[in-house]
Design a protein around this ligand. Structure first.
Ligand SMILES: Cc1ncc(COP(=O)(O)O)c(C=O)c1O
Length: 433
């Protein structure tokens, strides 16, 4: 148990920076506490770092580990199928079986295509929507994250001053090197503000190929759609022949086996899945209505990838889906998540540092804000991120690993006692903030 020290990770971080740009392989890993750490193994809800510290893990590698780390059934199936072959530059039985299962589970999925990452699948979805509609512009919401590629690396976060007026949000690039001219291909919208969204959409309808959103804005504040908002978007897109795309990379197979679209009862034209499908193995899915997916079938819209539907990932996905179904994992995660959310509200009030905790349950967000409810990115910017960083540091030093941005992920390996333990530690940390 604590006190935790991080010397070996610190040393390796120094060495890593000589060969690995910034010592990490993804931007999000730069924000580790107290610096990027290195890990040696992980099992169930636990993960161990290079210094031998053990953590109760609520990051779950940013979501994928829905069954917990090193799930035996997933590993068994991966080994079994991978020993027969790894990649065929051609089809295989398991790939078709996985497609069949996704089509059965996901309301919008009449046909699917597999890729490796969520970013790639989003890219394919946008290309498809542009080809089908013959239009170029895409409406995207502030604060929604759809991967790191140039098309969509806009208005993901931002400072209050640079977002522009809420009635006419600015496209804010996420990174240097993203070509400025791509801003013209976007229409930026504020989440959950129908009074602004629909007039803007009306004004630009004839240019729009697609409207893309996270059906629950998980990447900033885990904000569900206001009642009726998604339904209204659905009706608007149908009326104007604009493709509605749900990015379910976080919500997919987590909030419901059929994704947020099944939970919320709104069916998009296309949807994108990733993370939780294969419990840590790389696979993503573009799923959609036949009418659209037909363009891929005909080969008029091109989607490709040497590593697509590789045997280890497909085997992992089949094993994950089997456990998710048999053990009704999403239902269980929902209950457990709701319980943890309630406990965090309670202990944070008791400790004198009340947290706003919101989200579906299997994934949720916690943070310090003067607001009683957070509805969009602009309100998210009022979260006290420095205070939350101190909370995350305190939790980490006591063996609970959290994502700095406030998202919590639950896995099937988390038991009620882990939830109690996390809440108790949260209380101790908050009291000392
Ligand atoms: C909603 C959403 N879409 C797309 C992506 C991109 O997925 P990937 O990191 O697999 O490229 C992410 C990643 O966090 C995400 O949260």
């Amino acid at each position: 148990m604590p006190p935790y020290t991080y010397e070996r990770s610190a040393q390796l971080f120094q060495q890593a920076q000589q060969v690995l740009a910034g010592g990490v392989s993804s931007q999000f890993r730069r924000y580790g506490y107290p610096h990027p750490l290195f890990y040696t193994r992980a099992e169930g809800p636990w993960i161990w770092d290079l210094d031998g510290n053990r953590y109760l893990d609520f990051t779950l590698s940013q979501g994928p580990l829905i069954l917990g780390h090193s799930h035996p059934e997933v590993l068994r199936q991966v080994e079994h199928f991978t020993r027969q072959g790894q990649l065929y530059a051609g089809g295989h039985l398991e790939e078709v079986e996985l497609a069949r299962q996704v089509v059965q589970l996901v309301p919008c999925a009449q046909r699917v295509r597999f890729s490796l990452s969520g970013s790639e699948a989003v890219h394919a979805a946008l290309r498809l929507a542009r080809a089908w509609s013959g239009r170029t512009r895409v409406a995207k919401f502030e604060g929604h994250y759809h991967g790191w590629l140039d098309n969509v690396a806009w208005s993901i976060s931002g400072q209050q001053g640079e977002l522009g007026p809420v009635e006419a949000p600015q496209a804010v690039p996420w990174s240097q090197g993203v070509p400025d001219h791509l801003a013209q291909d976007l229409l930026i919208l504020p989440w959950n503000r129908p009074e602004v969204v629909f007039p803007l959409l009306d004004r630009h309808a004839s240019q729009l190929a697609a409207v893309i959103c996270e059906p629950v804005m998980c990447n900033n504040g885990c904000i569900p759609p206001e009642p009726g908002f998604l339904e209204q978007l659905r009706r608007w897109c149908t009326k104007h022949q604009v493709v509605l795309i749900f990015d379910e990379v976080i919500t997919g197979f987590r909030v419901h086996l059929g994704g947020a679209q099944a939970l919320l009862g709104v069916t998009p034209d296309l949807a994108v899945f990733g993370k939780a499908l294969a419990n840590g193995f790389p696979i993503s899915v573009l799923a959609g209505k036949t009418e659209l997916m037909e363009l891929l079938a005909q080969g008029t819209v091109i989607h490709a990838g040497t590593m697509n539907s590789g045997v280890p990932s497909v085997a992992a996905a089949l094993a994950t889906l089997k456990v998710l179904r048999e053990q009704q994992v999403p239902d269980r995660l929902h209950r457990l998540g709701q319980e943890l959310m309630e406990l965090l509200r309670e202990v944070s009030h008791r400790a004198g540092h009340p947290m706003l905790v919101q989200g579906p349950g299997a994934v949720f967000h916690a943070g310090f804000t003067p607001l009683e409810k957070v509805r969009d990115l602009r309100e998210c910017l009022r979260y006290d991120v420095k205070k939350y960083a101190r909370f995350v540091a305190g939790m980490h030093d006591r063996g609970v690993r959290l994502i700095g941005r406030g998202i919590w992920y639950l896995s099937a390996a988390h038991e009620p006692q882990h939830i109690q333990q996390a809440a108790q530690i949260a209380y101790d940390v908050l009291k000392q903030l």
